[in-house]
Design a protein around this ligand. Sequence first.
Ligand code: C2E
Ligand code: CA
Ligand code: CA
Length: 638
Amino acid sequence: MVASDIKLTAFNRFLSERQQKLGGALFIVDDEGRMIAHSGNSSPSNILHFPNITNNSVLNATINEISADWPPEPEKLGKSFHFDIHEKQGYFYGTVKKIALPPPFQHQWYVVVALPDQLLLESLLSQQEISIYLVIAISVVGLVIVYLIIRQLTRPLRDTAEAAAKLASGNLTYRINTPANLREIAILKDAFNNMSGKMQESFNRLRQQVRQDNLTQLYTREGLIEQAAGLRYRSPNTLAILGVNGFRDINDSLGQDGGDVLLRAIAQRLTDLAEGSKMLIARVRGDEFAVLAPHTTNRTQSEALVSQLLSLFNRPVTIGNDDVLVDACAGVVFGYTYGDAIHESLQHAGLALSEAKRSDTAMYVYFEASMQARVQEQSRLLLELHHAVQHHEFVVFYQPFVRLSDGYFCGAEALVRWESPSRGMVSPAEFIPVAEQSGLINQIGMQVLEQAAFDTVAQIEAGRWPAHFQLHVNLSARQLLSADFIDKLEQVLTRTQLPPENLTLEITESQLMSHEHLATSGLTKIRALGIKIAIDDFGTGYSSLAYLHQMAFDSLKIDRSFVHSMTENSTNQRIIEAVVAMTRGMDVHLVAEGIETKEEAARLREIGCHYAQGFLFARPLPLAEQPTERVTDKLPAR
Ligand code: C2E
Ligand code: CA
Ligand code: CA
């Protein structure tokens, strides 16, 4: 048996020392509320049942807090309770713990501790503060590490993206050189470098194709531009474009291979000519060659070169078993044609070439500024013509023709006029060529035909024109060649109720000559409808008189150039006499155009021409002003 004597006053002192440090209350009490020891110094220790200890308010308040419910339920032990002391203005936390005393003790002791929350909170706050700083610091360090890792990983990707952008902007030589740590990225890098290498190869090949003509090994248009753009000379020089005449026919008759042989032969002759000089030679289009000659610094030299170029076509080219002779014409620019001016010069030379091709006499044409202006004016005109077709701005004038035997008006030619809101009344001579080139003639021609047919039917019905009146309407080859022309023609006849025998369509001899085969089949179809055909401007199209027999037509209109300069025993008179003689056996009406004087009328009548048309009898006039009387007064007495 061990017994120990605890001095409660010493115990009290110990507790009050602790309490001074902590600023709370601390005591041991048994289950019946008897104080064993407490931190309230100077107070008796053996106080029963929680008496007031007046000199320690915290102790008092703590005792108050727990004494109401003493001894505490077992589940409350170790739990904290919360109370406040108003005079100290503070909150306190307390807790009660049981000290299990071994037998023979019959009582239970409890340790009660109360501490100001300030104490707890302070440590808590400082602890929290530290942890917040710590978390922030860790996060920052973490972020930096993650950033560095990502940077390291994505650098090759970024380089690839940059390289792709460079590639897109045309830098095909760029390669990625950054070492790649990841296998996938290394594969990507290699694939990229591979791809840009391949792209550069095909780009170079393509460039070569664009620069050099495959067929002739000459420069292409682009190649020539590239070369000429880099040239700098002080003196003017010559740029000529040579166009092979009738190249399409050669292709048609000898096949494309034959055409290729011809082009290669021409290229070879040009190359031979250029050898040893600084001339640049190119094939700028299918059948067009360009020559840029820096050594021709004055106009005489320039013209000498052009003649030399054209003389290359004097010798035939052997294609298979055939010797083929072709000729060419040239459009030439003399001036500063290189450097930046090359684009414009090529365009100008092209314009001059078109002029040369149109010309019947000139083999070459030098560019002049007026050509440019004309082309611009033509495109303006074309734009307005489109508008005119849509808004039906065309009106039809009629120029009658007269039977020379008795002066009767027996028909009229419909001649189109354009009543343009901006230009006023425009002559067909101005706009028909543009309309023909653009194909607008198809619509214009149909509008004229329909209007003229309506007018004629109305005039015949009103008794102003005789029942057998011949309406002549001009027809362009372009219309005749269009696939649906015959259908449209029939539709117009149906709509207007014009009998086909009242209609004659005029087509010029020169247009018939240039589209021989197609035109003849078209003419046959027209005549099968009961419509008549007149060959217009006869004598200007170089058709042989013998050839006339093969053509299907009903009347011939002798061109006014023959009538005009027809004097006693002149060549023109003899030509007209020959035509009259030729057609005598044929069932053909002869019409002389452009009669302006009584003498011309008299001579034509003598020669045996049946009909005449010209200002002498009537100018082209609107429908309302058409003459209805006979014009015997305009005819000389017999
Ligand atoms: P074209 O068919 O030879 O028409 C005759 C032209 O000669 C008319 O000119 C007419 O005014 C003119 N003329 C008539 N008598 C005389 C004369 O005594 N002396 C002179 N110096 N000239 C005379 P216009 O009306 O200016 O027509 C010019 C050309 O326009 C026509 O020549 C014809 O080829 C074309 N054209 C007119 N209307 C049409 C049309 O509806 N369709 C087509 N495709 N062409 C048309
Ligand atoms: Ca005519
Ligand atoms: Ca005519």
